[in-house]
Design a protein around this ligand. Sequence first.
Ligand code: C5P
Length: 288
Amino acid sequence: MTTVSVTAPAKVNLYLHVTGRRADGYHLLESLVAFTDFGDRLTVSAASEMSLVVGGPFAGRVPTGPDNLILRAANELRALCGVTTGAAIYLEKNIPVAAGIGGGSADAAAVLSALCRFWDLNLDQTALDDLALGLGADIPVCLRSRPTHMAGIGEAVTPAPDLPALGVVLVNPLQGVSTPEVFKARHGTFSPADRIADAVFADPLAFLAALQVRRNDLTEAAIRLVPAVGEILTALELVDGCRLARMSGSGATCFGLFHGEGHAARAAESLQARHPDWWTTATGFKKN
Ligand code: C5P
């Protein structure tokens, strides 16, 4: 195999309840995570050393030193499996950085999947999940890259049914937000897990109604740190055809859900025209 190319789809937390806190400070979550057709692209090809080159619209914001999550993931996998060659990794960075839609985590998951194929590794899922979780709480879910109920700090992943076909608009204020700071800034009580029943997923209206009564418990904290998150949520709520607007992850990206990708595309155009300082894109949920 000379090259392996994979997508690193952006993830959206359709709801995110903070259900508790562990003794080590990590927060216990319950979240329904979905993946979009929009995302980064990653290619690995043969090389004796490990290297990373980044292109694409957000390339300038990605640190490419040894702390980069892609290189850390690749090097840990290489050490774990005793691989003696390297790999040249190319990342097309389309997802804004530090944005709550899993850019770094999706890229790390993508490089693990790509290198498992490229190096023909037969690592079992538990070993891969352990490695992934050690790198970041969102990486095991990104390895699935399909609708998933996520619990614990991110390690308890259960497949969810396929999602109804909905249009998605992603909006980011182009201001990064630090995940630990958002968790630190969160006050208040904990929420119940409140997982959505499987039967609800087949009906778009029932599914949207179920999301409507759930929330992202990190929203207020993120708005305090980046007030533009509040402005984006209001703009999404007011745009024609938007059925639900929420923040994803620890922010600052927010998403709107629409009946169909046509509505989403028109909404994205209208938001882009009124707010050229925000990053906006229309997409749909990835089909599995
Ligand atoms: O593991 P990850 O890099 O995604 O998390 C960054 C930080 O966010 C953690 O060090 C922790 O402070 C906070 N966090 C948390 N509970 C989670 C996930 C992250 O408190 N479930």
